[in-house]
Design a binder for this molecule. Structure first.
Ligand code: 4AD
Ligand code: MG
Length: 435
């Protein structure tokens, strides 16, 4: 008989099936055994009656440790009392591989669960997140391809910083030293002259020297870059992309959101409403007037300020025009701005609702070589490392913009996670790089 997935068997609702999977739960009395079997598509309860199966089946059903792999043949029936509303009355039960005693039971410490991450991945909690993660990255590819973008892949070994030297990971590269990529951006800026509209989803590395619930040392960034585009149009693309992602998850992952106990009503506004745009200077005013929070103009928004701001909204919000003095070297001054006390940049962040904060960072790119050199020097970078980058301004330069979306930040928000590390299969943080 051919193997059937549990999810397909439940959809069919009746008939004789052969299942292959892993023991999620097991209990037995003298006459009856219950195995909840799990495969990638779901779980189902199987009843094994001693009087109705062969001896080998009865031994397998009663000796099965959690996570043993098993083959179960039986008749699928509706049963209101079973966890998924259906039950298998087993005719034959066989070990595929009898497992040792599984080390994960209930109520273990988060640190232990991280130590056995390779086994904890099988939990309904993590596998639901990984299914949503697959929808999120799939939606990103779909969104950009639908809008005429080419996928463009950047190098991961890089000779210089994009986002400042302090978070670079150094790697021995034969007799030299290079760094792991902090962003595809400088290479994307080279590629727009060939392809105009490009995107990627790639691993990104930052040696963040603090353990927070929002920072990983290795994460995935989905970035885009487009020729002839200003920062305003670019921020509209970011709004559309995030809305597209949320819609896709709401359409495809209701089951997983339920397992994660996510309050879906908190996500729905992001799928339907327009996201507001504010300037940094307006944000400081709102924080002062509505929350009594005094942020000095020129300071970056801290987690607590982002949280206070976002408690006033139920959709993501775009914040534009941060002070030039705290921005990366490539973000140009907006000479037309009249609102701010000091120069601001043509840049934007997108902040997520609830407590999730920044999920997207983007900007127009400075096309003035002198301004770029000055900003690099002010940031303590070696200007000569960027000579190739200045070439992009020398040969047919055009206005262009781009942004990066933190894939795990978006997943953490959509899934309602307490900590970003559960948004990635094997998290790497300052104090965690194993298994
Ligand atoms: O704001 P960032 O630093 O922007 C850039 O790197 C630009 N070069 C992107 C571009 O314009 N092409 O990073 C972009 C996003 C952040 O908004 C955040 O969501 C995520 O990447 N991010 C992190 N996610 C997890 N852990 C970290 N340590 C992160 N650092 C940034
Ligand atoms: Mg940023």
């Amino acid at each position: 008989m051919k193997r059937v997935m549990i999810g397909d068997a439940i959809k069919e609702g009746k008939g004789k099936v052969q299942l292959w999977g892993w023991v999620h739960r097991q209990r037995n009395s003298n006459e009856m055994a219950f195995i909840v079997l799990r495969d990638a598509s779901g779980i189902i309860q199987c009843v094994i009656k001693k009087a109705e199966v062969d001896n080998e089946s009865w031994i397998a059903a009663t000796k099965a440790n959690v996570e043993s792999s098993m083959e179960i043949l039986g008749e699928l029936k509706k049963d209101e009392r079973a966890p998924t509303g259906f039950e298998i009355v087993a005719e034959k039960v066989r070990f595929i591989y009898k497992g040792d005693a599984f080390p994960i039971a209930k109520d273990l410490s988060p640190e232990f669960l991280l130590d056995v991450r390779h086994l904890w991945l099988r939990s309904q909690y993590l596998s639901s997140i990984m299914k949503i993660r697959s929808t999120v990255t799939g939606a990103i590819h779909e969104f950009f391809r639908l809008h005429g973008y080419f996928e463009f892949t950047p190098p991961i070994f890089t000779p210089a910083a994009c986002e400042g030297g302090s978070t670079l990971f150094e790697v021995k590269y034969f007799e030299n030293k290079v760094y792991l990529s902090q962003s595809w951006q400088l290479y994307a800026e080279a590629a727009i002259f060939a392809l105009e509209k490009i995107y990627d989803v790639s691993p990104t590395f930052r040696s963040e020297k603090s353990s927070t619930s929002r920072h990983l040392a290795e994460f995935w960034m989905a970035e885009m870059e487009a020729a002839f585009m200003d920062y305003k149009e670019c921020s509209e693309v970011a709004k559309d992309e995030v809305q597209f992602i949320v819609k896709s998850v709401l359409k495809k992952n209701q089951e997983e959101l339920k397992i994660l106990k996510r309050d879906v009503s908190k996500l729905e506004p992001a799928a339907t409403k327009k996201f507001p745009t504010l300037t940094y200077t307006q944000v400081l005013k709102m924080l002062k007037e509505k929350r009594g929070l005094d942020v000095k103009w020129g300071k970056d928004l801290r987690t607590i300020e982002e949280r206070e701001l976002m408690s006033m909204f139920d959709t993501p919000v775009i914040v534009t025009h941060y002070p030039k003095e705290i921005m990366a070297f490539y973000k140009p001054v907006d000479a037309e701005d009249k609102e701010a006390p000091r120069p601001v940049a043509k840049c934007f962040d997108m902040l997520a609702p609830e407590t999730y904060g920044e999920i997207v960072g983007g900007s127009e790119r400075d096309t003035d070589i002198e301004a770029l050199k000055q900003a690099l020097e002010a940031g303590g970078e070696k200007v000569e490392n960027y000579d190739w980058y200045f070439d992009l301004r020398r040969f047919g330069s055009v206005k262009h913009s781009g942004y990066g979306l933190g894939v795990e930040r978006v997943i953490a928000w959509i899934c309602g996670l307490e900590n970003i590390r559960d948004a990635i299969p094997f998290p790497r943080t300052m104090d965690r790089w194993k298994p």
